[in-house]
Design a protein around this ligand. Structure first.
Ligand code: PGA
Length: 259
């Protein structure tokens, strides 16, 4: 982290878990464990569409933001089953995960659709959390930097200088997601530093310094402090461990250690 230049963000990705009716008890469990956290960190909960409204209400007055896990690239119209950015904003969402590897792998999302969604999110406005990351095969064949750089460049096509600091990047090696295998702090730092170099090339070094880059992939209460201590890792996108308010609170509190 480097809190002089950029915001620390700990975002939970609940994936297709939880019910709206559980939001209040989750908030009641989490809030007492993270007193005063907003002084050092933005906490975001990216809930299923059906729970976002409940999350917004459950955390009212507690400075925890709600987010979605996907959105349509379209504004409105005949897109059965889709949800627009404006609809998300309307129920109180402030963030949206875009291009998560599960959406790329299971639902055919491409760099092009990810780019359209990033542009649509910025227009609403929502903060997009852009996910990038390599597969195990790609890491083992030494092409991580090429893959991640291309994902970043394609996803950010036509995003102007004036908007880029509202984008959050999440580096999520696919082989680390939900597997219990975390990237070592050094490997995660190396790739996050390379991501910042790509951003500096696309924009400039000063703007790149202001973009929060999160690490995601089996981050938990035991490994968070070491990952968050890396200079180019500005927070976490946390899946499994965010479902447990005690573990999530420990991760949020680990972000304080960097101060
Ligand atoms: P995980 O998921 O923490 O369960 O590995 C992270 C993510 O997919 O965002």
């Amino acid at each position: 982290m480097n809190i002089k230049y950029r915001q620390t963000i700990i975002a939970g990705n609940w994936k297709m878990n939880t019910l709206a009716s559980g939001a209040k008890s989750y908030a009641n469990a989490l809030c007492p464990l993270i007193p005063g956290f907003y002084a050092w960190c933005n906490v975001v909960i990216c809930a299923p569409f059906t729970s976002i409204h409940a999350v917004v209400h459950a955390f009212k007055g507690n400075k925890v933001s709600a987010g979605a896990q996907n959105m349509s690239e379209h504004k409105s119209g005949a897109y059965t089953g889709e949800v627009s950015g404006e609809q998300l904003r309307d129920i109180g969402a402030e963030y949206v995960i875009i291009g998560h590897s599960e959406r790329r792998q299971l639902y055919g999302e491409t760099d092009e659709s990810v780019n359209s969604k990033i542009l649509a999110a910025l227009e609403v406005p929502l903060h997009p959390i852009l996910c990038v990351g390599e597969s195990l095969e790609e890491r083992e064949s030494g092409v991580t930097t090429n893959i991640v750089s291309a994902q970043i460049k394609n996803a950010l096509a036509s995003v102007p200088d004036s908007e880029i600091s509202r984008v959050v990047v999440a580096y999520e090696p696919i082989w680390a997601i939900g597997t219990g295998k975390t990237a070592s702090p050094e490997d995660a730092q190396d790739t996050c530093r390379e991501i910042r170099a790509v951003l500096a090339n696309l924009y400039d070094a000063e703007l790149a310094q202001r973009i929060s880059i999160l690490y995601g992939g089996s981050m938990n209460e035991k490994n968070a402090a070491e990952l968050l201590a890396q200079p180019d890792i500005d927070g976490g996108l946390v899946g499994g461990a965010s479902l447990n308010p005690t573990a999530f609170a420990e991760i949020i509190n680990a972000a304080k250690g960097g101060l």
